[in-house]
Design a protein around this ligand. Structure first.
Ligand SMILES: Nc1nc2c(ncn2[C@@H]2O[C@H](COP(=O)(O)OP(=O)(O)OP(=O)(O)O)[C@@H](O)[C@H]2O)c(=O)[nH]1
Ligand SMILES: [Mg+2]
Length: 194
């Protein structure tokens, strides 16, 4: 799949204002700062389509991007930002769970996990939800450029052994928004679900 057009459609703080069209959605899920906005920009070959930040927890809304005028990428608010007040953290959780379980046109979730760290308990909880709600997902290991080359094969093997047992896990892919590693694989997988 080649992305030839990408435009910001809308940002919403709650699910009452979800788009009413029937376009298939690909949602990007992961903890704060894991690289959700960066992967969207990289896949679309755009520098500033989705706002990236050094300030974790910046993306607090669900942001919708219209891709090739026929599918939607959804940048979900990052979870697990330790400095956020408990009340806000739990409302993010509820928002994400409601979106995941209720969104009929959700075709695939790109679950992002930082390749420099072990998956967090919240990452594992998200993967558990996805499997429970029967939502196909791909685990993308972000910031692969920061991991020494020699460590990747072992890391990938461990990550596969953690995620592959989930029935709805379709693949585990290393990715870098800097080098573009993994871009064509992720685009190919997306094309199979839309
Ligand atoms: N080296 C490297 N840095 C990356 C990569 N992807 C993202 N980053 C950096 O990580 C930081 C966070 O990236 P974002 O894309 O804003 O992360 P996010 O998941 O959208 O964060 P929130 O919106 O706060 O939840 C930024 O400083 C990015 O430049 C990558 O593949 N390699
Ligand atoms: Mg973001």
């Amino acid at each position: 799949m080649k992305i030839t057009s990408a435009e910001f459609q809308l940002g919403i703080p709650n699910l009452r204002q979800l788009p009413r069209d029937d376009l298939k959605e690909i949602a990007f899920l992961g903890r704060s700062n894991v690289g959700k906005s960066s992967i969207i920009n990289k896949l679309c070959s755009r520098k500033k389509l989705a706002r990236q930040s050094n300030d974790p927890g910046k993306t607090r809304e669900l942001n919708f991007y219209l891709i090739n005028k026929r599918i939607c990428f959804v940048d979900l608010p990052g979870y697990g930002y330790a400095k956020a007040p408990e009340q806000i953290r739990s409302s993010w959780g509820k928002l994400i769970e409601q979106y995941l379980k209720g969104r009929r046109q959700l075709a695939l979730v790109i679950q992002l996990v930082d390749s420099r760290h072990e998956p967090t308990p919240l990452d594992m909880m998200m993967v558990g939800w996805l499997d429970y709600y029967k939502i196909p997902f791909v685990v993308v290991l972000t910031k692969a450029d920061k991991l020494p080359r020699s460590k990747m094969p072992n890391y990938l093997k461990t990550a596969r052994s953690v995620f592959s047992p989930y029935k709805y896990c379709k693949d585990v892919v290393p990715f870098s928004s800097i080098t573009g590693e993994g871009k064509s694989t992720v685009l190919h997988i997306i094309s199979q679900f839309v």
